[in-house]
Design a protein around this ligand. Structure first.
Ligand code: NAI
Length: 343
């Protein structure tokens, strides 16, 4: 497979290009700004599945009113630590961000903040929201629904989404720990990224429409859960928290990202924020997390490994590298970003 040429774009310039396209398509400024922020968060960490490769799709969905561009958001607090955030099918990046702010406030006031986010569009690389809380001294978990494209363990037909889980914890110094994974071997965006670069994929990621492993990203019909029955169990857990619990469509009833771009997605997300101050000595906690990272770094790497990394550390090193080199973007996508073409 012939690889596509890459263009290296400076971070702030790329962020501006994202924002320009989003507003051009009709997204209100404040929402476009947050969405561009999430997209750059992904691309600058090498999470290319959720950066520039999605822009054409977002612009088309905005243009076709597949997002509510005049939403009425509503946060309802149902208890000291529990509430729901109605996203009115606006762009998910902005909705999930706002809902996380409510969860942080409740955790500050009562030790825990749990917010079920109801009815929104796709929210991107969800580690962003966990980090949002960790940067304010909180421990956070967030999970969300995604469109059905994964065969359940032992099955031949897609049922669950790639339903990601993100966890973040602050530490005494340095960036928070940030564990952020799709419950599939790989996120669907990695298939899109491989398609955009015309790169073959490993045969362990996905199956074709016969249910057979494939290395051709253009042939992919469904993804595989990570670690067989374990990933399958985790994606079900995510769907129960972010879907059934909130009275939203679940499993195979979740709408598809690419089928009808003028239809609202009605997706759910679930944020859990924990205030360390309510569980012990906050300062000691931060020290212990830092100590854990130091001890992990001290472990002798196995053959073929450079070092033991904490979750999120590889992405931080990529970010530092790209700060010098620029962020790689497929040339065809770059040409689109700088063009006047809407989508
Ligand atoms: P990944 O497989 O690249 O990384 C998963 C985790 O493993 C990360 O926390 C990473 O820091 C850690 N990790 C990777 N290599 C490591 C190493 N050598 N040592 C220690 N830790 C290491 O991530 P994946 O599963 O491909 O997900 C990519 C993104 O896709 C995530 O941001 C996720 O939120 C997003 N996503 C969003 C969806 C949505 O519908 N909104 C659906 C599915 C995924």
């Amino acid at each position: 497979m012939e690889e596509e040429t890459l263009v290296y774009v400076e971070r702030d310039k790329l962020r501006e290009l994202f924002k320009r396209k989003l507003t051009q398509a009709g997204l209100p400024e404040v929402q476009a700004d947050k969405t561009a922020d999430l997209m750059i968060f992904a691309d600058e960490r090498g999470i290319h599945s959720h950066g520039s490769v999605r822009m054409q799709y977002y612009a088309e969905r905005i243009s076709k009113q597949g997002y509510n561009l005049e939403p009425n958001f509503e946060f309802t607090q149902n208890g000291p630590s529990a509430g729901t955030y109605f996203g009115d099918n606006a762009v998910g990046h902005y909705v999930a961000y706002q809902a996380m702010e409510e969860a942080i406030t409740m955790a500050k006031n009562s030790g825990i903040g749990m917010v079920g986010v109801k009815e929104m569009g796709h929210s991107g690389a969800i580690g962003y929201f966990a980090e949002q809380a960790a940067k304010r001294g909180m421990v956070a978990i967030t999970v969300c629904q995604s469109d059905p494209m994964v065969v359940p363990f032992g099955g031949t037909k897609p049922y669950f989404g790639t339903n990601p889980i993100a966890f973040a914890a602050p530490r005494q110094s340095g960036e928070p720990i940030l564990f952020d994974m799709a419950t599939t071997v790989q996120a669907w965006g990695k298939i899109l990224d491989a398609r955009s670069k015309h790169k073959a994929i490993p045969d362990t990621w996905a199956v074709n429409n016969q249910g057979e492993p494939t290395t051709d990203p253009f042939e992919v019909a469904a993804l595989l859960p990570v670690a067989g029955p374990k990933g399958y169990g985790l994606m079900m857990m995510v769907d129960i928290l972010a879907g059934s619990l909130l009275g939203l469509p679940f499993g195979q009833h979740v709408t598809s990202m690419y089928k009808d771009l003028s239809q609202y997605r009605r997706l759910g997300q679930f944020h859990i924020v924990i205030n360390p101050a309510y569980f012990g000595d906050e300062r000691l906690f931060l020290e212990k997390v830092s100590e854990m990272v130091d001890e992990l770094h001290d472990i002798k790497p196995a053959q073929g490994f450079e070092q033991v990394y904490y979750p999120g550390e590889i992405q931080e090193t990529v970010k530092q590298r790209y700060a010098k080199s620029g962020i790689p973007v497929a040339k065809s996508i770059y040409d689109y970003l700088v063009s006047e073409q809407l989508y």
